[in-house]
Design a protein around this ligand. Sequence first.
Ligand code: DGL
Length: 241
Amino acid sequence: MKGGSVAVSDSGLARNRDALEKAIGFFDSGIGGLCVARAFLALRPAARVFYVADWEHCPYGGRGDDEIRGCAFRIADSLMALGARIVVLACNSASAVALDALRRERPGIQFVGMEPAIKPAAALTRTGVVGVLATAHTLSGRLFRETALRHASGVRVVPAVGEGFVELAETGARDCAESRAVVRRALAPLLAAGCDVVVLGCTHYPLLLPLLRAEAPGVRFLDPATAVARRAAALWDALSP
Ligand code: DGL
């Protein structure tokens, strides 16, 4: 998936950042994070918003942690150069590998990351089994481990990688036999385990909701986009003009 990518580099913008109108930046490996940016714009329609789709490196799923972290820093710096004072990692994989480092190394900026919605899932399940669909990066990250430990006591959490989901989402998620097979394969272990609630732990996956619902009609799928957008809106409101 090659194509346009992060474009802005250093330039005088960085030096003049404080003179720019306040802005908020969102990024993802591709179009998945648009769901989060759209949810934010629904709350704050007048905000100055930048969105970066890192198509040059999409999907992040097959890349090493260091490479994703490097992408995240380059994009965050570009967004800051444009005046972004809040940067939303609208990508669970980047949040898993880069959020802590960005907060540590770019202290002047507020970062918001994606976190798997295990808490609401644990409150909703009737079978006591909750599925989490995400990339391997997200499932092996600290955020996922800690959220699962903190919020899922008494509930079994079954993780599964949405193999091929990002590619499907980026190419339009057509309803055809091949797409259905990709979705069915990933859902199989979750359904076999008895999950009645499945957390979408990758921002591309909500784009597959019609396919997911068709394959698992009895399951509730949870997308944390609105909760993350609300958090970003609260930080936005607290910024000086
Ligand atoms: N949308 C991303 C996420 O939330 C990226 C997935 C990928 O590029 O593999 O994890």
